[in-house]
Design a binder for this molecule. Structure first.
Ligand SMILES: Nc1ncnc2c1ncn2[C@@H]1O[C@H](COP(=O)(O)OP(=O)(O)O)[C@@H](O)[C@H]1O
Ligand SMILES: CC(C)(COP(=O)(O)O)[C@@H](O)C(=O)O
Length: 278
């Protein structure tokens, strides 16, 4: 019997990252740090004769989702709902891939385990060029530190043992394939430096400081984002740029204290899960 199934996947803002290409997608990924968010993506999968993908009621083309469905030999109507903007650094593509994997497995009784489904979604996001570390971070939750790249068989994920209220404010999109598909040597050096700062002192304020340093060193910080981050710091807050988007995220009420009309959520302590029935 097949039926509809729904999964929730937290959003994930990356503060800093590396690009680590391997021989296969499960060994390819990023190291880095970020924050899983209680604002995430609810993905409903309904088996169908032809695949269609919808985000907040509008049809979208999403390579990562199509790759997950073909890996699971499924045709389905995938409908996702989220308050997060697409293409602005919240890992919406990774969330849709992971949510599709979890919900398709349930709807079509594929009988795969969590790590197997995370591997499929990670590989799909990597091959689509839309993410390197979001899926494994979204499978973990909290404040993940990705110490080794790749899917669950190869990576090594630690975390900062804290939780916080988080605010975010988006000014625009940045193309993930353009950045991760280009020359990433300097970016990776900056990402490694940021990661070692946080490994030495695994706290949220250090994550934010490392993220600010990374965005400058990797030359990804835009003037508009820099101005907002500066305003938050001026108002005694803590903020940084979300990779890869023109988005600022802040701890506590940093953005609203600085006068921005920001959306607020919190760290999401758990990984992605299937919703319970009924
Ligand atoms: N209107 C749209 N704006 C941006 N991306 C879109 C849109 N419609 C579909 N897409 C697809 O969504 C994916 C966005 O990936 P990415 O930029 O990594 O976003 P995110 O940062 O949310 O993960 C890409 O596969 C892109 O082709
Ligand atoms: C930064 C990024 C490579 C892309 O993130 P997004 O634009 O949100 O898909 C992420 O997957 C990571 O490895 O940390």
């Amino acid at each position: 019997m097949s039926d509809d199934a729904r999964a929730f996947v937290p959003g994930h803002v990356t503060g800093f990252f590396t690009v680590d290409r391997g021989d296969d997608p499960t060994k390819t990924g990023s190291r880095g740090g970020g924050i899983a968010l209680s604002d995430g993506v609810s993905v409903t999968v309904e088996p169908a004769t032809e695949t269609t993908v919808e985000l907040n009621g509008e049809a979208v083309e999403m390579d990562a989702v199509e790759r997950v469905l073909s890996a699971l030999r499924a045709e389905a109507h995938v409908s996702a709902e989220t308050p997060l903007p697409l293409g602005a650094g919240f890992g919406v593509s990774g969330a849709m891939a992971l949510g599709t994997a979890l919900a398709t497995n349930a709807a079509l009784d594929r009988g795969l385990s969590y790590n197997e489904l995370v591997t499929i979604a990670h590989g799909a996001d990597v091959q689509a060029g839309t993410g390197l570390g979001d899926v494994v971070a979204q499978a973990r939750g909290g404040v993940p530190l990705r110490l080794e790249p790749g899917g669950p068989q190869y990576n090594y994920v630690d975390a900062v043992p804290e939780r916080a209220r988080v605010e975010y404010y988006t000014l625009g999109e940045l193309s993930t394939p353009d950045v991760v598909g280009g020359d990433t040597e300097a970016l990776t050096t900056a990402g490694e430096r940021a990661l070692s700062m946080v490994v030495k002192e695994p706290t949220l304020p250090t994550v934010m400081r490392a993220a600010r340093q990374f965005s400058r060193e990797a030359e990804l910080l835009t003037d508009d984002v820099e101005a907002v981050v500066a305003d938050v710091i001026e108002a005694d807050g803590d903020a940084a740029m979300a990779m890869l988007g023109e988005t600022v995220f802040a701890l506590g009420s940093g953005l609203t204290d600085a006068g921005y009309d920001a959306r607020s959520c919190a760290t999401y302590p758990a990984g992605a899960t299937l919703d319970s029935e009924g």
